[in-house]
Design a protein around this ligand. Structure first.
Ligand SMILES: Cc1ncc(C[n+]2csc(CCOP(=O)(O)OP(=O)(O)O)c2C)c(N)n1
Ligand SMILES: [Mg+2]
Length: 1021
């Protein structure tokens, strides 16, 4: 078909050219290019121009299927071709001609309609379906200046005024709406009127980009109704009531809190009744839970009017003197501004049901919350067994500037149909106030509409004039119906305006004088609606006054209540989280070792492939080797240790989900969690078979789209829903995680403190200097450490029975060196009464390193086995020197502290030199810093010079984090000063690593040699 389309485009251009030469279209063409991005004044064509006769075209340039056709010249040629031989035309045209040939003979009332005319009419209808939105009256300010496409003019299709009263038949087999074959015969005038009403009124529909005729027909049935849609008196009263609430809420805040920033909704107030209609309709259609993400604009209005957050509480939060609660055991965090906070409520619907609404807390970073909302929704679907995704739905509200400009919107849209990420369709609502802060659309986007990105995902887009509450309500309901019918994304673009500045203290006239001159005089949507209802006599002035009085009274009452409002205990734990501890409540440290029999059993389950399964032979060997490791209990490698952690957590009833780019196989071809049969191409995931009849989704490993920001956000949202899940995101290489920097900076590191929401998300960031160059060596460990919130100069309570060190910090950063320790750190995430994000600098060459192996006895809980101390088997925050040093080793001249894979290189060098008086300890948990264990090691080596060794450059890696903490530890022991913390590692550098392998090798050799050198280390002091 591609050649067809290419041929057709050429034909269109050719036709255009011909028309231009004829002179009459010239002015229109010239005006087209530059102004098509924003709304501009419509230019209508004069009659004289319209009647130009196009030149005919060679048939060879006019091939196409009929859905794409728009030229009547083309049709004439096509008909001639068909008449001489039906094989000359595309099959769709053949059907069409046959259909019409039959109909025009048999249908009564058709006054001499020729096939030519039928075809032209059909093209006119189709032109409206495709381009009707271009003529729609969408801008409440009427500032829009758009070029109206030629094909919306009947003259373009060869019709004249004389044809208006003639009756036509336009039915097409297998097509709904105006084109359906059961539509009665209509006059051209009435067809035109309905086309205008349906496609060019206050709603502009974009759906013809959807390549699914069933979906298009479904929409046509809704749009091309025989008569326009109207609401009865009762519904209109509801709309009026809701619009009054929305409008008065903003007015009230504007008068009571004049100088406060609230990012008001004025100009877009119909959003609120629109959302309510959408939610009511969604509830009618089976939705029970809606997860909402939204930006600043109108958020308080949504909270108060849609979520029903107590108004007194909203008003009280404006009180500048409001304090965070200081109740004992109640963690209040650092808080956030009121227009970022999340919340959840059960909202009664119009039909008397209840719908649970959750608003996800978000940072200022526009659109960053989008994937988080989707992840949370997907998790809700998992936990509520919502297999067809009809009970839990996501709704995202956007600004016009951010929807067009922020890349994460596209990343999020792209998750919509991926099997392990879909949420069965998101409803997007754009509060399109035609300005972004001070930026006009023509400077803010290259596309016609701000919603154009959604077209790539085949989402229908309903542009609606935000002044018309009924049109807004209608498309909001339609969006809910679409979502519940097709389970795919849909966009409602509410075109409105912003009555005041970006916020309440901004002056919009500085930058948009023309627009604001119009806005000043523009009535509110409430006034417009009231007048409409008064005119229609659906409502009286007394009714209106009554609603106003009621709303005003409640607002005033709530305002006076707000003065005495006492905040309740924070709602930071939803039901799934009951029993979980806040950072101020002690959660006892638990063991993570597993019974040996259990380990063997699950170990077997995850290393066996079905008999008739034919994996790739290298994969078979990997699985055979793993089976052998379980059998002998020796040499367990990284991937198997991870598998054992997953399997044992599953066995304990937890959900495990690992997502990221290529995670099924693993970037380094080490995981092979999903195995592929080389003959049948079937897939097998051993971790789906830990238990009999295991639910397929209980363990999910999923390759993701090539996105960091979007996918990490999704997993973060997923992790927040239910604590009994190990949710992990793995970066391809650690450095790519900076594409998701907003997630780390705004959500993961500070989310608990700002919004009182916990997450146990695990982030795996492959890290390590092995000569792969600047972009694949460093996961930017320094940044994660720098973002931790512990005081480097204060040693917290470290007694194991009182220790709340991890609970009190914002996240954990580890650089683990043994498979067993990896196993325990993953299990520890779940075996505790709180959740805390975990950032893992994960290995690359250690995945296959001969020394990086553990024995099964390090995973179990058998007394006397390695790893078992008086408390049982646990994650080791620090691994002491592997030589069996006693509690006091006075002969050790140097203690080298390090972290990660450089340890193995240091150990190798020490062995090579047979160096006996240097000790090497691994700080496995960098953050929070294991003060107690470092103290223990310092005591063990009282005469040792203390060295921090790292392979990263000095301005990177852990050095700047470690140095003050090491110093603090030493100071508490009277063991020297800051200057006594010595450094071995690469020199400061702009680039993370050299791009030359030979340089890398030299540097690496030099640094391990330095760490072992006989002379004292003088660096940096
Ligand atoms: C990622 C990001 N960049 C910049 C900003 C600063 N900023 C706040 S609001 C705003 C304009 C948003 O415009 P739009 O999306 O149209 O929403 P509106 O305020 O008009 O409702 C900008 C640029 C931000 N909050 N987030
Ligand atoms: Mg805007």
């Amino acid at each position: 078909m591609a050649w067809f389309r290419a041929g057709y485009s050429a034909a269109r251009i050719a036709i255009r050219k011909t028309l231009c030469h004829s002179g009459s279209y010239m002015t229109r063409i010239q005006g087209l290019a530059s102004h098509n991005r924003s709304f501009h004044r419509t230019i209508f064509r004069s009659k004289a121009q319209a009647s130009a006769t196009p030149q005919s075209m060679p048939l060879s340039k006019l091939t196409d299927n009929f859905l794409d056709a728009t030229s009547s010249v083309y049709l004439e040629e096509l008909q001639k071709a068909w008449e001489s031989d039906p094989n000359n035309v595309d099959e769709s045209w053949d059907n069409f001609f046959k259909n019409f040939a039959g109909q025009s003979v048999t249908s009564a009332g058709i006054s001499g309609q020729t096939i030519q005319e039928s075809m032209r009419l059909l093209l006119l209808v189709k032109a409206y379906q495709v381009n009707g939105h271009m003529k729609a009256s969408l801008d409440p300010l009427d500032l829009e200046e758009r070029e109206i496409p030629d094909d919306l003019d009947p003259a373009f299709h060869g019709f004249t005024e004389a044809d208006l009263d003639r009756e036509f038949f336009i039915g097409v087999w297998n097509m709904s709406g105006f084109l359906s074959d059961n539509r009665p015969v209509m006059t051209l005038q009435s067809i035109l009127t309905r086309l205008q009403q349906a496609y060019s009124g206050h709603v502009g529909y974009e759906y013809m980009h959807i390549d699914d005729s069933a979906k298009c027909n479904w929409l046509r049935d809704k749009i091309e109704t025989p008569t326009p849609m109207t609401y009865n008196k009762e519904r209109r009263e509801v709309f009026l009531n809701r619009l009054t609430w929305s409008t008065y809420f903003e007015n009230f805040l504007a008068t009571k809190m004049k100088a406060a920033k609230r990012f008001g909704l004025e100009g877009g107030e119909t959003l609120i009744p629109g959302m309510k209609e959408m939610f009511d309709r969604a509830s009618d259609l089976g939705v029970e839970n809606i997860v909402v993400g939204m930006p600043h604009r109108g958020r308080l209005n949504v909270l108060g009017n849609v979520f029903r957050k107590p108004l007194a509480q909203i008003f009280s939060e404006f009180d500048k003197n409001a304090k965070s609660l200081d109740e004992v055991g109640l963690y209040t965090g650092t808080g956030d501004v009121k227009y970022h906070l999340g919340t959840s409520y059960d909202r009664p619907t119009r039909a008397g049901r209840r719908i649970h609404l959750s608003l996800v807390a978000n940072p200022s970073h526009l659109e960053a919350v989008d994937p988080v909302v989707l992840g949370k929704t997907r998790a809700k679907q998992y936990y509520t067994n919502d297999a067809d995704r009809s009970r839990n739905m996501a709704v995202l509200i956007h600004g016009d500037g951010s929807f067009a400009g922020q890349g994460v919107v596209y990343e999020t849209l792209h998750l919509s149909a991926l099997p392990n990420y879909t949420t069965g369709g998101t409803i997007h609502i754009v509060v399109n106030n035609q300005v972004a802060f001070t930026t006009d659309p023509r400077s803010g986007r290259s596309s016609q509409y701000c919603t154009d990105a959604a077209k790539a995902l085949n989402a229908p887009i309903f542009h609606v004039n935000g002044d018309d509450i009924e049109a807004v309500a209608y498309v909001c309901e339609l969006a809910a119906e679409w979502r519940q019918t097709f389970h795919s994304d849909v966009v409602v673009d509410i075109i409105c305006y912003r009555r005041f500045g970006h916020n309440e203290v901004d002056e919009p006239f500085f930058t948009q004088p023309k627009m604001y001159k119009v806005i000043q005089k523009h009535p509110s949507s409430l006034e417009i609606y009231q007048n409409k209802l008064l005119e229609s006599r659906d409502i009286t002035q007394e009714d209106i006054d009554r609603i106003h009085r009621k709303v005003n009274t409640i607002l005033n009452e709530e305002y006076s209540n707000s003065k005495d409002y006492v905040p309740k205990r924070s709602d930071w734990l939803s039901s799934h989280w009951s029993g979980f501890k806040s950072p101020e409540q002690l959660s006892r440290i638990r063991n993570t070792g597993v019974n040996l029999d259990v380990l063997k059993k699950v170990g077997k389950a995850i290393t066996v492939l079905p008999d008739d399964f034919k994996p790739h032979k290298q994969v078979k060997k990997i699985y055979d080797d793993r089976a052998q490791m379980i059998e002998t209990g020796e040499g367990i490698d990284w991937a198997l240790a991870e598998g054992l952690a997953f399997a044992t957590l599953l066995l304990e009833g937890n959900h495990v989900r690992l997502s990221g780019q290529d995670v099924e196989r693993g970037t380094f071809s080490h995981r092979h969690a999903m195995v592929h049969d080389q003959e049948s191409w079937k897939q097998y995931c051993p971790l789906d078979h830990v238990m009999m009849g295991q639910d397929e989704e209980m363990f999910t490993v999923s390759n993701s789209s090539l996105s960091e920001f979007g996918v990490l956000g999704f997993e973060l949202g997923y992790s927040m829903e239910n604590p009994n899940a190990l949710v992990m995101w793995e970066a391809q290489f650690g450095d790519f995680s900076n594409g998701a920097q907003v997630m780390f900076d705004q959500f993961l590191s500070g989310g608990e403190s700002k919004w009182l929401r916990q997450s146990g998300l695990v982030v795996l960031l492959p890290h390590g200097y092995d000569g792969q160059g600047p972009e694949h060596s460093s996961a930017r460990l320094e940044r994660f450490l720098q973002m931790n919130d512990s005081d480097p100069y204060v040693v917290p309570e470290m007694d194991s029975s009182l220790r709340k060190q991890i609970q009190g910090c914002n996240w954990q950063v580890v650089n683990v060196t043994t498979p067993a320790n990896y196993f325990h750190v993953l299990r520890r995430q779940i075996h505790r009464d709180f959740r805390k994000p975990l950032v893992v600098m994960s290995p690359k060459n250690l995945l296959r390193h001969k020394s990086c192996k553990s024995n099964l006895c390090e995973f179990d809980d058998v007394q006397g086995h390695p790893g078992f101390d008086k408390q049982g088997t646990r994650f080791k925050r620090l691994i002491r020197d592997q030589n069996d040093h006693s509690d006091l080793e006075e002969g050790i001249r140097r203690l080298v502290l390090c972290s990660g894979k450089v340890y193995y290189e240091l150990e190798e060098e020490r062995n090579r030199l047979s160096e006996k008086d240097v000790a090497i300890c691994r700080v496995e948990q960098l953050c929070p810093f294991p003060y107690d264990l470092v103290q223990r090691e310092l005591k063990r080596y009282p005469n040792a010079e203390i060295v921090w060794c790292q392979e990263e450059p000095m301005n990177m890696g852990a050095y700047s984090y470690i140095a003050p903490r090491l110093y603090t530890t030493m100071r508490t022991m009277g063991r020297g000063s800051f200057e006594d913390v010595k450094y071995v590692g690469r020199a400061p550098s702009a680039s993370t690593a050299t791009g030359f392998y030979s340089n890398h090798k030299d540097e690496q050799i030099k640094l391990v040699q330095l760490a072992m050198q006989p002379e004292p280390i003088k660096y940096p002091y």
